[in-house]
Structure formats: structure tokens, C-alpha cells
Design a protein around this ligand. Structure first.
Ligand SMILES: Nc1ncnc2c1ncn2[C@@H]1O[C@H](COP(=O)(O)OP(=O)(O)OP(=O)(O)O)[C@@H](O)[C@H]1O
Length: 313
């Protein structure tokens, strides 16, 4: 539904996007993560037909965003990271204005405005002046505005920025609702645990390039080519860490309370053999498991200096 193929964009000497590629399927919520200046907003602006790429192609539902920009605009709803809401307009009038801009027939507009205000959890705010709404309410109203023409694709640049935890939770619930409506959502955010919760897949980008992408569970399982394991024992954890350090495929073994943590590069058969050796060594094993990194740890590991080199897919 969304596709970037080798997209590059420079602003003077700054390469905002440098051969960026990404594909997102229909009905998926796709998270775009990257440090400040990674190129997220540039990528989203190109997809939203607001910026022209220097090279490469971007498409929405197979339509090239440059050649078929007008058709693309009919299929996308774009919520920029900074947006204005007009003073002196009430929430209902604000949505009616955008409905008119999208040439929604006059008789359909009141019903549409009501449905959208309900969807974004502002059912009783139609008559309230936009500038008197809280920041969270304004963000939700801006999201409703993106939905006026019932687009298939939503491009949301930091929709939860500056919101308090309750307002963020409400925004999250609305995004889940959009997924239920079969929308394809591309969303950027710096709040990684939240993205992990609502996204089907995430893409981490840095310096205008894709670093890694895939389902959250898959990405958090990838770690330096080795998995992080932990064996909990009844006693002698320090001795166990020493024993593990001598075994093939084990690195960075250390004791942590009643457990030994380490990286293991072997496969499942080799892991079973390792566990067998530990038991034969006389340790009373309580538990053995894989420690998955959270999205924040992966983000820190794959971006910035000394980042891991993980191939994107
Ligand atoms: N209109 C512009 N003129 C000049 N440089 C720009 C322009 N837009 C973006 N850039 C530069 O391109 C790079 C990528 O910017 P972009 O806003 O796409 O990053 P981002 O990942 O969205 O960052 P943030 O998380 O801070 O919003 C940055 O170095 C930025 O300074």
C-alpha cells in the first residue's frame, strides 16, 4: 500500500534521505523510528506529495506520488508534526470546512462531522471553539480532519507529541480503531514502547537510510547475531557464569543475583546441549529463557555511533 524505492532527497549539502526503501502492506500499522534528523518527516512529506524526491520512487496503492499526485491526495490523510487549527472556528465548522474542501456533498456533511467527532472521542465538542480545546483534543481534531475523505492510508507524523499519558492513551486507542477500519497507517514517534504496542511492524531509520525493519517481535529478537539467555539456578550463580564462559558460542557471561546471563550464538540443539551440560555440572536449574530486548534498546543499539549492523528486510 505504501512503498519507497531508493528514495533520496537533499537540502543543499544535507542528505535528508539517501536511498530510502520501505514497503508497508494494506491494513497494517507501520511505525517509523529514527533519531532527530534521520529523515522521517522528509519521507512522510514525500509520501504526502508535499516534497519532490530527487531520485527513486514512492507510491501509494501503486500510484506514483509525483506523476499521480492528485489521485494520491485522495487516498491519503496526512497529519504533520506541526499544524495550525484556525482561530474563530468551532470544531464542527472546522471539519465542515475540510469536508467542503474535499467536495463532500453538503447534505452529507453534518452526519460525517458527527461520526468523525465520535470516532476521535470528541462527541460533545462540535460547538466549542477550536482554540479553546486542550492540546490532546486539538491533536484528535486534526486526526479527524485527515479522515474527512475516508482515505485508505494515514500518514501521522508524531501524533502523540506533547501529550500527557491519558491523551496519549486516547490517541493510541484511536489508532487501533483505524486499524480495525482497515486503514494503512504510517506513524512516526519517539515514544518507542507505545509504538511497539500499536504497530504491526516498525522501521528504524538513520541518516536517511533504512537500518532495520520487520515485526516488533522479530526486531527485538535480533541482537548482535546472538541471543541473550539467562539461566536461573538455586545457588552457585557466579560459578555458573565462569563455567558458561568456557563453553563454545557463549560470550559476556556474568552472574546477576541467582542467575547467569550471557549471549549465545548457537542454535536450539546447541542450546539444549549447553543446558544439559549445566545440569550435569550439578547446578539446580530453576529456569532458562531468552531475554528479549525492548524496542528502545534495539533503537539505541542500531543507531548512533558504534551501531550494530543489522540488514533491513
Ligand atoms: N526544508 C529543509 N531545508 C533544509 N534542511 C532540511 C529541510 N527539511 C529537513 N532538512 C534537514 O534534513 C534532515 C532530515 O530532517 P527530517 O525533518 O526529515 O528528520 P526527522 O527524522 O523528521 O527529525 P525529527 O525527529 O527531529 O523530526 C535534517 O538534517 C534536517 O535539518
Amino acid at each position: 500500500m505504501i512503498r519507497f524505492d531508493g528514495v533520496s532527497k537533499a537540502f543543499g549539502a544535507t542528505r535528508a534521505l539517501d536511498g530510502f526503501s520501505l514497503a508497508a502492506g494494506r491494513g497494517l500499522v507501520y511505525g517509523l523510528i529514527g533519531p532527530n534528523g534521520a529523515g522521517k518527516t522528509t519521507a512522510m512529506s514525500i509520501l504526502a506529495t508535499l516534497l519532490l524526491p530527487d531520485a527513486g520512487t514512492a507510491t501509494v496503492d501503486g500510484l506514483n506520488v509525483v506523476d499521480r499526485a492528485a489521485e494520491v491526495r485522495g487516498r491519503i490523510g496526512y497529519m504533520p508534526d506541526f499544524f495550525g487549527v484556525y482561530d474563530g472556528l468551532r470544531a464542527g465548522e472546522y471539519l465542515e470546512f475540510f469536508a467542503a474542501a474535499h467536495q463532500i456533498p453538503v447534505q452529507r456533511r453534518p452526519g460525517l462531522v458527527k461520526t468523525l467527532l465520535e470516532l476521535v472521542n470528541l462527541p460533545d465538542k462540535a460547538g466549542v471553539y477550536v482554540d479553546s480545546l486542550s492540546r490532546g483534543m486539538k491533536q484528535r481534531l486534526a486526526l479527524a480532519r485527515c479522515l474527512v475523505h475516508d482515505p485508505d492510508v494515514l500518514i501521522l507524523d508524531e501524533p502523540a507529541s506533547g501529550l500527557d499519558p491519558r491523551a496519549r492513551a486516547e490517541m493510541k486507542e484511536i489508532i487501533r480503531q483505524l486499524k480495525r477500519l482497515d486503514k494503512t497507517v504510517l506513524i512516526s514517534s519517539h515514544i518507542l514502547p507505545e509504538l511497539a504496542e500499536i504497530c504491526d511492524r516498525v522501521a528504524i531509520m538513520e541518516a536517511g537510510k533504512l537500518v532495520v525493519s520487520g515485526p516488533v517481535a522479530e526486531i527485538t529478537a535480533v541482537s548482535q547475531g546472538a541471543r541473550r539467555l539467562c539461566i536461573e539456578v538455586l545457588d552457585r550463580a557466579t560459578e555458573l557464569a565462569g563455567f558458561l564462559s568456557t563453553r563454545p558460542g557463549v560470550s559476556e557471561a556474568h552472574a546477576d543475583g541467582t542467575a547467569a546471563g550471557f549471549f549465545f550464538s548457537g542454535d536450539r540443539k546447541e542450546q539444549a546441549a549447553l543446558l544439559q551440560a549445566v545440569i550435569e555440572g550439578g547446578w539446580s536449574v530453576v529456569e532458562c529463557g531468552e531475554v528479549r530486548r525492548n524496542l528502545e534498546e534495539v533503537f539505541m543499539a542500531v543507531t548512533g555511533e558504534g551501531g550494530e549492523n543489522i540488514d533491513g528486510n
